[in-house]
Design a protein around this ligand. Structure first.
Ligand code: DX5
Ligand code: ZN
Length: 217
């Protein structure tokens, strides 16, 4: 199975955002990855709902929303109003992950996904793996695009694949941070279903062609 490709618009040229979204629309990418940061959960601020409203108007591709914010459960209605497909919340930001990340998101007819930081072990997902549509493994410390891939992430994908098989969960495995043709190939081999790529796509001479090559991994 080809991996799902979710280009991250964090690396797009915000002066030409419509042009960059149109490139994603033309491309083989299945999803659009959207990074929301609050300057508290992560040491950076990206963009918020007013910008996203326009992104949502410019594409029909499913929106893969990654919330790097504290108390993400407070924003479930706003994320739904955007027409998001997937709502990714961080394990580290949710005290009541089962009720907020799983049940409430699902009730709003979005797909609930849980994200883990590089220092958070896969084993902690054991009691939530049946209730989520997807797990997002961060392969960099969240907050910035263009960072170096953390090697241990490949092993985490293998561990998560084993947990999913052992429990009969149907969760997809997504990986985000430092994904390119080289790291992407190893992640897919380890069991990743979805690749997020920011810098690798928007830093490429031909972004659309890069998406095509990532898709072939
Ligand atoms: C980082 C974000 C990523 C980021 C990935 O905190 O969650 O989605 O855009 O960028 P690259 O692919 O450049 O590492
Ligand atoms: Zn992200």
């Amino acid at each position: 199975m080809k991996p799902i490709i979710s280009p991250s618009i964090l690396s797009a040229d915000f002066g030409y955002l419509a042009r960059d979204i149109e490139m994603i629309n033309r491309s083989e990418a299945e999803w659009v990855h959207i990074d929301i940061m609050d300057g508290v959960f992560v040491p950076n601020i990206s963009f918020g709902f007013p910008v996203l409203k326009y992104v949502a108007k410019l594409t029909d591709k499913p929106l893969d929303v990654h919330l790097m914010i504290v108390n993400p459960e407070k924003f479930i209605p706003e994320v739904k109003a955007l027409g998001a497909h997937t709502m990714n919340v961080h394990y580290e930001a949710c005290t009541h992950l089962h009720s907020s990340a799983a049940s409430d998101v699902y009730k709003r007819q979005m797909q609930p996904a849980v994200t883990i930081n590089p220092a958070t072990p896969v084993a902690l997902l054991q009691d939530i793996i049946q209730d989520v549509y997807m797990v997002l493994i961060m392969s960099v410390n969240p907050g910035f695009g263009g960072q170096k891939f953390i090697e241990h992430s490949v092993e985490k994908v293998r561990e998560l694949r084993a947990l999913i098989e052992r429990t009969g969960s149907k969760a997809l495995i997504e990986v985000d941070g430092g994904v390119n043709l080289e790291t992407g190939a190893r992640l897919v081999e380890a069991g990743a279903d979805v690749l997020v790529a920011g810098n690798a796509v928007f830093g490429a001479p031909d972004p659309e062609e890069m998406i095509r090559q990532l898709h072939e991994l």
